[in-house]
Ligand binder design. Structure first.
Ligand SMILES: Nc1ncnc2c1ncn2[C@@H]1O[C@H](COP(=O)(O)OP(=O)(O)OP(=O)(O)O)[C@@H](O)[C@H]1O
Ligand SMILES: [Mg+2]
Length: 227
């Protein structure tokens, strides 16, 4: 499903370059559920942003289903937008929900990339996802009135609305208590088993790592299998 080969990413750090990812390789099969752990600053967000095509790598190859992903390739912009919108769902650590919209409107936003209204089918899907995540009664609430755990669930629904093959999540439970983390962990597990979505998430949480099928440690720019 996903192949990263010799990915290197550097950031300018004063006069020197800081190498965050150092010839990193990763192979992800369809349906896998992967947790990526590592110290703060290890490069987890950088890696997820590269996987989400939000950031170009400096070196190395990235392919999805054997097709090369070229983030800086101008001619491939349309394909990249399609890939980003249809194939990849992203849950950001800070949710990035739009405060002026309701729960349902936030979830339907990714369906409006190329048109002005959501289809009946997309609206039905949004309602099913709300039910699946247990927040259907909140569908017309402004997202600003929701708790952190509820906002995380909205972010998960929004990431899944276009039925992506891949779900990327950056510390989805970063700000949640143990009970809410457990709820989200179970949800991720259900998404993986019921929708067969391939999941890659960065997490500091032991509860979240526990539900993943495989855990990697990101250290010194490289990934090592932890279990
Ligand atoms: N746009 C940028 N410009 C310069 N340096 C950056 C940039 N983005 C990230 N970095 C640096 O790259 C390193 C890795 O950052 P990253 O956000 O990927 O870490 P992380 O593992 O996600 O950390 P955390 O657990 O705190 O979220 C850090 O040293 C950070 O300061
Ligand atoms: Mg991070």
């Amino acid at each position: 499903m996903i192949e990263l080969k010799d990915i290197t990413k550097r950031f300018a750090d004063g006069q020197r370059a800081l190498t965050v990812l150092d010839s990193l390789s990763l192979h992800v099969d369809e349906g896998e559920f992967i947790a990526i752990t590592g110290e703060s600053g290890a490069g987890k967000t950088t890696l997820l942003n590269i996987l989400g095509t939000l950031l170009p790598a400096d070196e190395g190859q990235y392919s999805i289903r054997g097709e090369k992903v070229e983030v800086s390739d101008e001619t491939g912009v349309e394909r990249l937008c399609h890939l980003r919108n249809k194939e990849i769902g992203f849950v950001y650590q800070d949710h990035r929900l739009l405060p002026q919209f309701t729960v349902l409107q936030n979830i339907l936003l990714p369906t409006l990339a190329t048109k002005t209204t959501s289809t009946e089918e997309e609206q039905q899907r949004a309602l099913s996802l709300l039910e699946f995540t247990g927040i259907l009664p909140l569908k017309d609430s402004p997202v600003t009135q929701l708790s952190g755990g509820e906002q995380t669930r909205v972010a998960i629904c929004r990431a899944l609305i276009n039925q992506p093959a891949i779900l990327l999540a950056d510390e989805p439970t970063g700000q949640l208590d143990v009970a809410n983390t457990q709820t989200i962990a179970t949800l991720f597990q259900q998404v993986n088993t019921q929708f067969h979505t391939t999941i890659i998430m960065a997490t500091h949480s032991a509860e979240m790592s526990k539900v993943a099928k495989k855990t990697y440690l990101l250290k010194e720019g490289k990934l090592r299998v932890k279990n």
